[in-house]
Ligand binder design. Structure first.
Ligand code: SDX
Length: 427
C-alpha cells in the first residue's frame, strides 16, 4: 500500500505521495504540489530537497557510509582499479575481464585530441588557473566531436563515454604542461590509464619517463575515492545543463566550473594553502582554530565540514591512511602532514566543531598525497575532476536515459509590486 503525506495549509489538507528508497530514505513527492495547493516549497542550497531518483551512489551522512552501485567505498578502494570502478559507476555492474579489456581498448580509440585544440590552449596565459583552461577545453571538444552532442541510442552513448574518458585525461594534463611552457604530450596506448596520466604530466622530450608503481597505485585509489558522490554541487550542475539537452562535453565543462569553487572541489587546493600558511606562521594550529570559530573572521577551516556528512567522511579515513603509507614508502617527511594531524586532533576535540558535526572531508588529506606525488598545488582540483569524471558521466547518462524534464526551479518573489515608469526628468 503506497504511503501518503498530508500537508495542511489554512485548514485545507493536501495529500502527497510519499516514496521510500532502497535504503529506506523517505521523500515527499511534491511534483504536483503547486497544481494541488497553489504553493511551492523553498529550500536555499537544496539541503532538504531531492532533485532525482538515482541508482548510482548511496551515501549516509550520519553513519559515514558511501557505496557506488551497492559496493562499499572501502571495498572498491582496496580491491578495485579506477577504470574498473569507472565502468561500474557508469554502466551499473562490475565488468567481466573481457568487458574491462574492451572498455580500455575502446577508450584508447579516442585518446588522440584534435591538433587544432592546441590553438585554443595557446590563447591562454601561462598563469591561467588550470580549472578555467580545463573547462574551456572540455567545452571546445564539442566543436571537434559534434556527434557526441546528442546521444540518442546506446551505441552513441557508449562512444561518447569512451571519447570523454579518453580525451578529458589528456586535456587535463595539457593545462599543467601549458603553465610550465612544456610541449603537450600524447597518450601512449601501450600503457595504462593512470600510468598515462603521470607520463602526460611529467614526460619531457629530453628522455623517457617511468612512473613509480607506488605513485600510480596511490593515484588509482584517489581517483576511485572521487569517482562519484550523488547530487553534489558539480554533479547537480552537470545534470542541470544536460537536462536542456546540451551535449555531454558542454555539461561536463559546466561541472568543471562548479567544482572549481573553494567550498567544493577547490577545497583541496585551499587546504594545502591553509596548511602552508599555518606552517609559515610557526605551526600555531590553535590560532587558526580560533579564527575558524570567530564569526567576524571569514576564515574557515578548509577540508572540514560537509553538506551531507555529519560524521567522518569515509573517504577521508581511507586517504589519511594512504597518506601515511605513501609518504612512508616514498620516504617523504612532510611537516605539513604533521600540522594536518595536529589540526585534526585539536578540531575533533573542540566543542565548536563537535557541536556542528564538522569532520575532515575528502579534501583534507588528498592535497598532502598529491604534493608527495609531485602534483603541483594548482592542479589538485584538476585531479579531483579526473576522479569525478565517471560520476559526472554516469549521472548525466542516467538523467538522459530516464528522460528527465528540463531543470527549472521556481522562486518566491520578494521584490517591488507593480510600479509606473517615471521619465528621467521626474526621478
Ligand atoms: C566537497 O557535496 C559533496 O558531496 C561535496 C564533495 C564531493 O565529493 O562532491 O564531498 C566534495 O565539496 C567537500 C567539501 C569541501 N569544502 C570545504 O572543505 C570548505 C570548508 N567547508 C565549509 O565551507 C562547509 O563545511 C561546507 C561548504 C562544506 C558545508 O557547508 P554547510 O553544510 O552549508 O554548512 P554551513 O555553512 O551551514 O555551516 C554550518 C555551521 C556554521 O556555523 P553557525 O552559523 O551554525 O554558527 O558550521 C560552520 C558554519 O560557520 N562551519 C564551519 C566550517 N564549515 C561549516 N566553520 C569553520 N570551518 C568550516 N570549515
Amino acid at each position: 500500500m503506497s504511503k501518503i503525506a498530508t500537508l495542511e495549509i489554512d485548514g485545507n489538507k493536501f495529500e502527497l505521495p510519499f516514496i521510500v528508497g532502497s535504503e529506506n530514505e523517505g521523500a515527499v513527492d511534491i511534483s504536483k504540489l503547486r497544481d494541488l495547493s497553489g504553493v511551492i516549497t523553498i529550500d536555499p542550497g537544496y539541503k532538504n530537497s531531492g532533485s532525482c531518483k538515482s541508482e548510482v551512489t548511496f551515501l549516509d551522512g550520519e553513519l559515514g557510509i558511501l557505496r557506488y552501485r551497492g559496493y562499499s567505498i572501502e571495498d572498491l578502494a582496496e580491491k578495485g582499479h579506477f577504470l574498473e570502478v569507472s565502468y561500474l559507476v557508469i554502466f551499473g555492474e562490475l565488468p567481466t575481464a573481457e568487458e574491462l579489456i574492451q572498455f580500455e581498448n575502446d577508450i584508447r580509440k579516442h585518446t588522440l585530441v584534435n591538433e587544432e585544440m592546441k590553438n585554443i590552449i595557446d590563447g591562454f596565459p601561462k598563469t591561467a588557473h588550470p580549472m578555467g583552461v580545463l573547462s574551456a577545453l572540455t567545452s571546445a571538444l564539442t566543436a571537434f566531436n559534434p556527434k557526441s552532442v546528442n546521444v540518442e541510442n546506446e551505441k552513441e552513448m557508449y562512444e561518447a563515454v569512451c571519447k570523454t574518458m579518453g580525451k578529458f585525461l589528456v586535456i587535463a594534463t595539457w593545462t599543467y604542461r601549458k603553465s610550465m611552457g612544456f610541449p603537450l604530450n600524447y597518450y601512449d596506448n601501450t600503457k595504462g590509464y593512470v600510468e598515462n596520466f603521470m607520463r602526460l604530466m611529467f614526460e619531457l622530450p629530453t628522455g623517457p619517463y617511468k612512473a613509480d608503481p607506488i605513485v600510480v597505485s596511490a593515484l588509482d585509489k584517489l581517483f576511485i575515492l572521487h569517482a562519484d558522490h550523488e547530487q553534489n554541487c558539480s554533479t547537480s550542475t552537470v545534470r542541470m545543463v544536460g537536462s536542456s539537452h546540451a551535449g555531454l562535453f558542454a555539461s561536463i565543462s559546466a561541472g568543471v566550473s562548479a567544482l572549481w569553487g573553494p567550498l567544493h572541489g577547490g577545497a583541496n587546493q585551499a587546504v594545502l594553502e591553509m596548511l602552508e600558511e599555518i606552517h609559515k606562521d610557526g605551526g600555531d594550529t590553535e590560532k587558526y582554530l580560533s579564527k575558524a570559530k570567530d564569526k567576524n573572521d571569514p576564515f574557515r577551516l578548509m577540508g572540514f565540514g560537509h553538506r551531507v556528512y555529519k560524521n567522518f567522511d569515509p573517504r577521508a579515513r581511507i586517504i589519511k591512511k594512504a597518506a601515511d603509507e605513501v609518504l612512508a614508502t616514498l620516504g617523504v617527511e612532510d611537516p605539513i602532514l604533521e600540522i594536518a594531524k595536529k589540526l585534526e586532533v585539536a578540531a575533533l576535540e573542540d566543542e565548536y566543531f563537535k557541536s556542528r558535526s564538522l569532520y575532515p572531508n575528502v579534501d583534507f588529506y588528498s592535497g598532502i598525497i598529491y604534493r608527495a606525488l609531485g602534483i603541483p598545488t594548482d592542479m589538485f582540483t584538476v585531479m579531483f575532476a579526473i576522479g569525478r569524471l565517471p560520476g559526472w558521466i554516469a549521472q548525466w547518462k542516467e538523467m538522459r536515459e530516464n528522460k528527465e524534464p528540463i531543470g527549472r526551479p521556481r522562486q518566491v518573489y520578494v521584490g517591488y509590486p507593480l510600479r509606473e515608469f517615471k521619465s528621467v526628468d521626474k526621478r
